[in-house]
Each structure stands twice: as structure tokens, then as C-alpha cells.
Design a protein around this ligand. Structure first.
Ligand SMILES: Cc1cc2nc3c(=O)[nH]c(=O)nc-3n(C[C@H](O)[C@H](O)[C@H](O)COP(=O)(O)OP(=O)(O)OC[C@H]3O[C@@H](n4cnc5c(N)ncnc54)[C@H](O)[C@@H]3O)c2cc1C
Length: 355
């Protein structure tokens, strides 16, 4: 089919959700796709979450088949990319998760599936193993390890753009104040048949959407030049109820030390005291970080996870201007669920345009 005959789709949003949705739509060869976003890969802004992510695959889904499917599909695809496309900035890395006794008792809902000794993905992830007490540092009551993957968002997001450009998809900086305006932003100059809404956290402020279930889950991290032998994650910490401890060594440099999950907190400024606590906790769990010398700090980061009461919104909506397929609200799982959510978008687009 020539591109003039293909249905025209505008993807609104150029974070990991928008770029992955656009890529999977373009790969079908059925649609003429354009991407627009206020911020694009290369930009750094508190309204744009994707560049601030760790980011790894470490599913915390519990008893939810839809979310499990998102994470399962994504795991398979990133395993393929890590093998066949090293230039994408994804590499294999072992995960080690420890559970503190206090968290087992509190059952902190923010920590979800981390508390499962045998989570849903145990049979899917190679080298999954429950740790014995002898294999864990003192103070932890449960632990698991398995093979997973780490993204470098600063490499991966531009790589997604390069894939889109090679499929003939245009990616342009545009801002809209209402979802209906997006229909007028197809690169062909003609009105779009359908808009895919991937506006992340800003879905709570976008005219025509204004989703009041969406809220920020603030995350603060420290990016260092040092390297860690594995990715670590600890349930909670004794410093504060909304602080966490995690370590992710990225492909092509840099290790992310985290972190926190602060609900409804929009503050974009790093807290220097929290940064000290993060560093202390990460060194306690992984002293090897300093094996080649003192911690070498590159930057202090703050990002806002696009969280949503009831989970992400992936659904189609018929509006006066045409069909909208929503894909936002992934919270702290936007990378690890990205291919699964985008696969669901492709299904919904097919249904919407067939009707
Ligand atoms: C500290 C931290 C660590 C994280 N770690 C992980 C991890 O390890 N694994 C994982 O899977 N996830 C992780 N996440 C979560 C992940 O980063 C997010 O779920 C994901 O980036 C959300 O992507 P998105 O595309 O939905 O939103 P965004 O990246 O925010 O993109 C939204 C896009 O929409 C555009 N937009 C919004 N409104 C408008 C408008 N009105 N007009 C035009 N454009 C608009 C924006 O400009 C942008 O292009 C982490 C997040 C943080 C903050």
C-alpha cells in the first residue's frame, strides 16, 4: 500500500511509550505514522520522565494477567535487542533482590511483587534462584536472583528515533494544549484518522483528557561513573518509608544509585541530604562500587514517574474528532512494559480503524 492510502496516525508523546508504540505501528506497514512531542530524546525536563529512568527490567507485577503480559512480551523483545542490536543500549545484567524483615511484615504495597519468594516470572527468567540465608548479607530474610536487562535511556531513546526514521516516521517537536489539536499534526499536512496519546504524567493536564487518576511518583537518583557487578534492589530502608535502595549499571557507562518513590511530590530539585542517604545505602549493599576508587559523581537526578490509580490506561476512545488510543500511566514500569503496552496499542488501533 502506498503511504497516501494508509490510515494516518499521530502519536502524541516521544517518551519510551510513544516511541515504542510508533515503532510497532510502523513495523506493521499498515499505517502512515508521525510522532510529535513537546520534548524529544536529547531534551531534559521534569515534564519528560523517560530520560531520568534507571532503567531495568525488574517486574513488580502481582496477580495481574494484563500487566504480566506487558512485562513478558517486553522481556522477550529486549533479550532479542540485547543480542542482535548492541547499539540500542540494552545489556544483560544479573538482578539481586533482598527483602528486609520489616518489609515482609509491613507488606508495603509500593514494593509489590518484590516480596514474592517465587514471583510470576520465576520460570521465565534464566538462572532464577531463591537465595539461602548464607548467600545474603545480614538483616535480610528473603532474596532472589535472575538474569535480566538494563537500558541506558540516553542511548536507547535516540536509537528508537533512528529506527523510526528508517521506517519513514517523522519525529517533530510540537506542543498541543488539547488532545483534539493532535489530529492536525500529521506530517503529511492531512488530518489524522487516529491519535495515540502517550503524554505520560502530563495526561493529567492535557485538555480533553485531564486524567485526575494520574499523579507523580517522584524518584531521586545519583549517577556515578563507577561500576557495579550486578543490579541490586532492596525493599525499603530504615531512613524513610518512601525511600528505596537500588543500583543499576548501564551499558556504555554510568551507574544509577537510587532512590525513592514519593507520591504526589512534584519537586524537581534534588535533596542533598537524600543523596547522601542513597549513597550510603548503596555502598553498604555493594562496597564493590568503590573498588576502583572513590565514588565519582556525574549528576544528581530527579524524575517523576507517571503513576496512575488503578494502573496504566491502555484503551481506545471514540471522540468527535476521531479515535484516540491511550497509552500512559506506566508508573515505574514504562521501560519494562514498553513492548507489551505497545503491542496492546497496535491491537486497539486495528480494532478502532476496522470499525
Ligand atoms: C528515577 C526513575 C527510575 C525509573 N526506573 C525505571 C526502571 O528501572 N524500569 C522501568 O521500566 N521504568 C522505570 N521508570 C519509569 C519510566 O521512566 C516511565 O514509566 C516512562 O519513562 C514513562 O514514559 P512515557 O513515554 O509514558 O512518558 P514521558 O517519558 O514523560 O513522555 C511523555 C511525552 O509526551 C509529551 N507531551 C506531554 N504532554 C504534551 C503536550 N501537551 N503536547 C505535546 N507533547 C506532550 C512529552 O513532551 C513527552 O515527549 C523510572 C522512572 C524514574 C523517574
Amino acid at each position: 500500500m502506498t503511504s497516501e492510502l494508509k490510515p494516518k496516525i499521530v502519536v502524541l508523546g516521544a517518551g519510551v511509550a510513544g516511541l515504542t508504540s510508533a515503532l510497532l505501528l510502523a513495523r506493521t506497514n499498515l499505517y502512515d505514522v508521525s510522532v510529535i512531542g513537546k520534548f524529544l530524546p536529547g531534551d531534559l525536563d521534569i515534564e519528560y520522565t523517560s530520560p531520568w529512568a534507571g532503567a531495568n527490567w525488574m517486574s513488580f507485577v502481582k496477580d495481574d494477567e494484563v500487566l504480566e503480559r506487558y512485562d513478558r512480551i517486553t522481556y522477550a523483545e529486549i533479550a532479542r535487542l540485547a543480542k542482535e542490536h548492541p547499539e540500542a543500549g540494552i545489556w544483560p545484567k544479573k538482578v539481586i533482590e533482598y527483602v528486609r524483615a520489616d518489609d515482609l511484615i509491613k507488606n508495603n504495597p509500593l514494593l509489590g511483587g518484590l516480596l514474592d519468594a517465587r514471583p510470576w516470572f520465576a520460570d521465565m527468567t534464566p538462572n532464577f534462584k531463591q537465595l539461602t540465608p548464607a548467600e545474603m548479607p545480614k538483616g535480610y530474610v528473603q532474596g532472589i536472583t535472575y538474569d535480566s536487562y538494563c537500558f541506558n535511556p540516553l542511548i536507547y531513546l535516540p536509537w528508537l528515533v533512528s529506527q523510526l526514521l528508517s521506517h519513514g516516521v517523522s519525529v517533530r517537536a510540537r506542543t498541543v494544549s488539547h488532545i483534539s489539536e493532535a489530529f492536525a499534526h500529521h506530517a503529511s499536512g492531512q488530518p489524522a484518522h487516529l491519535v495515540v496519546n502517550c503524554t505520560g504524567l502530563m495526561a493529567c493536564r492535557l485538555g480533553g483528557v485531564m486524567d485526575d487518576k494520574v499523579y507523580p511518583g517522584r524518584g531521586q537518583t545519583v549517577l556515578v561513573r563507577n561500576h557495579a557487578p550486578a543490579m541490586y534492589d532492596i525493599t525499603g530502608c530504615s531512613d524513610a518509608d518512601d525511600e528505596l535502595t537500588y543500583i543499576m549499571s548501564r551499558p556504555a557507562g554510568g551507574t544509577i544509585l537510587g532512590g525513592c518513590y514519593q507520591k504526589d511530590n512534584w519537586n524537581a530539585t534534588p535533596d542533598p541530604n537524600m543523596a547522601q542517604r542513597i549513597i550510603r545505602r548503596c555502598l553498604e549493599i555493594c562496597p564493590e562500587l568503590e573498588s576502583e576508587g572513590k565514588l565519582d559523581i556525574i549528576r544528581h537526578n530527579v524524575g517523576l514517574r507517571p503513576s496512575r490509580e488503578g494502573g496504566p490506561r491502555v484503551e481506545k476512545e471514540k471522540r468527535e474528532e476521531g479515535w484516540v488510543v491511550h497509552n500512559y500511566g506506566a508508573g515505574g514500569a514504562g521501560y519494562q512494559s514498553s513492548y507489551g503496552m505497545a503491542t496492546h496499542v497496535v491491537e486497539l488501533v486495528g480494532e478502532a480503524l476496522a470499525s
